[in-house]
Design a protein around this ligand. Sequence first.
Ligand SMILES: Cc1ncc(COP(=O)(O)O)c(C=O)c1O
Length: 436
Amino acid sequence: MTLSPIPSNTKPDISVYERVESNVRSYCRAIPRQFIRAEGPWMYDSKGGRYLDFLSGCSSLNYGHNHPVLKQALLDYINSDGVTHSLDMHTNAKQAFLEELEATILKPRGLEYKVMFPGPTGTNAVEAALKLARKVTGRSNVIAFTNGFHGMTLGSLACTGNEGKRGGAGVTLTDVSHEPFDGYFGDDIDTADMLEQRLNDPSSGLDPACAILLETVQGEGGLNVASPEWLRKIERIARAHGALLIIDDVQAGCGRTEGFFSFEKSGIKPDIVTMAKSLSGMGLPFALTFFNPELDQWNPGEHNGTFRGNCHAFVTATAALRHFWRTDSFAADIQRRADLLAKSLEQIVADHNGQFKVKGRGMMLGIDVGSGKTATAITRAAFQNGLIIETSGAEDEVVKVLAPLTIDDDVFTVGLRILRHAFHTAMSENKYLAAE
Ligand SMILES: Cc1ncc(COP(=O)(O)O)c(C=O)c1O
């Protein structure tokens, strides 16, 4: 085991968080432990506890914690005094990343995207996408969807549906129309047809849009899935109405739902794609906005940021593309694990007489239990047994599995057994049921 660089006399003391850190902190409330080490799917706390991580940094750790190949690449780079910070200047780390991205991801998929490095977070990638769409089309209105989540800065937040998150803005969130996502009114109503009708009707009140922005699987909004047919219709509608199609792949991309991009099997070709979270492969902050070359109408420095392009993230992201994405075998592995996950979740639903519902796609799957209280009781029971797992959805009603894509089948099975047990525990404890 390698030594931690944190001084060994640092005694775990979580009172400092109460004393010094803002009330805004959130995940640590449900998971009140001090973590000192993490490896693969495991996190270790200061009291010797070991936890299976089915949260994976909210899909920022698709390859698990401290993957040895990525870690070694970073250590070698640091040991060679590689440049850490370079604004957007040329570095060997950046060159290697761009060449790997082009050869391993873009060319094999027939994509000719230009890439820009916005600031290092998902919301930075979305802001850049929105700004570019508005600049290129000269229109301001964006069509976003119910239950969409796109980040916490004002432009992205305006495109986000969640009332609680929007409420924090403190200003009017404008220039976005929120339309019903696929399945919002049930299976019998095609919301793409509704959107088309509204866009075709000059009296609908819907302003012409610069872009249609969506997640193919809504990560924070409850694992709602856009069907391939719906996506293809939305693409056609966008083209017919002069709007750019933006796919926000910040959470669903990097293998979480299928291939490297979440939309590959649908056959659509978005005009703009945003990506962050697992792009660096190691949880380092790193984001990208891809767009069609003819949209590259930026003036130099027009969209700026001190941390555009993070050299350490270039290094680990390059290693991740090389190690996982040069061949199709990783995607096949993901599919096998996704099948195991789907089977296990269906089993849990069957245990409870079909009253719950499996939602999501690929390794971004969960169970809608109908209420946030029940879902929280389940995640709490899971945590008591060493499984870190969170909820999603408008009312936090979906227990959401975001296990590492690299997890061993045996370990995955153990985690899924803990989850099944947590459902039994929570559902049989009267105090939770009485609180419904
Ligand atoms: C789909 C999607 N877009 C954007 C974001 C914002 O990313 P970040 O938190 O890195 O700003 C998130 C974060 O969860 C997300 O899920």
